[in-house]
Design a protein around this ligand. Structure first.
Ligand code: NI
Length: 155
């Protein structure tokens, strides 16, 4: 375990930070590494380590979603014309029915007709997924996407 030792004179105390970082080597084909570096550059990463950490976390979150009883979180994004099919009412009714899983909703009036809603869901994967699917598949919703996120506890 690596450790760091700091002296803070303003608070007259000693702060000891233990870093849990471990180093490991990765062997890659030259072309693959060049493509990876290009990807990092385009995404704004300043070093490979941070990019690799994010790739690992992405994989762990995907695995988390396979365990249906794990508490997690996700975001639904929908765009619809509120004049059609009483959609504002329908979308609101669906959320009220499952109010325990809806943490927050952001409603934006994009123009005279179109609304964008961002709905943050929290709960077990097996409960969140059907609710997200119901919202996205509601008749008249012209764009719908679900982003599986994480509670952050296990990564
Ligand atoms: Ni609106």
């Amino acid at each position: 375990m690596n450790s760091a030792f700091f002296w803070s004179s303003s608070r007259d105390c000693v702060i000891i930070l233990y870093s849990m970082l471990k180093r490991f080597g990765v062997s890659l084909e030259q072309d693959l590494l060049a493509q990876f570096d290009g990807l990092l550059l385009s995404q704004g990463y300043s070093n490979r380590s941070e990019a690799i950490r994010d790739l690992i976390r992405d994989a762990l979150v995907k695995k988390e979603w396979l365990k249906e009883d794990v508490e997690t979180a996700g975001v639904v994004i929908i765009v619809y014309n509120h004049h059609l099919h009483e959609l504002s009412k329908k979308v609101t009714d669906i959320q009220h029915k499952d109010f325990g899983k809806v943490v927050s909703t952001l409603h934006v009036h994009l123009d005279e007709h179109n609304c964008l809603e961002v709905i943050l869901l929290k709960g077990k994967a097996k409960e969140i997924k059907p609710l997200a699917n119901t919202l996205i598949s509601t008749r008249g919703v012209k764009f719908g996407q679900f982003v599986p996120a994480t509670s952050g506890k296990n990564i």
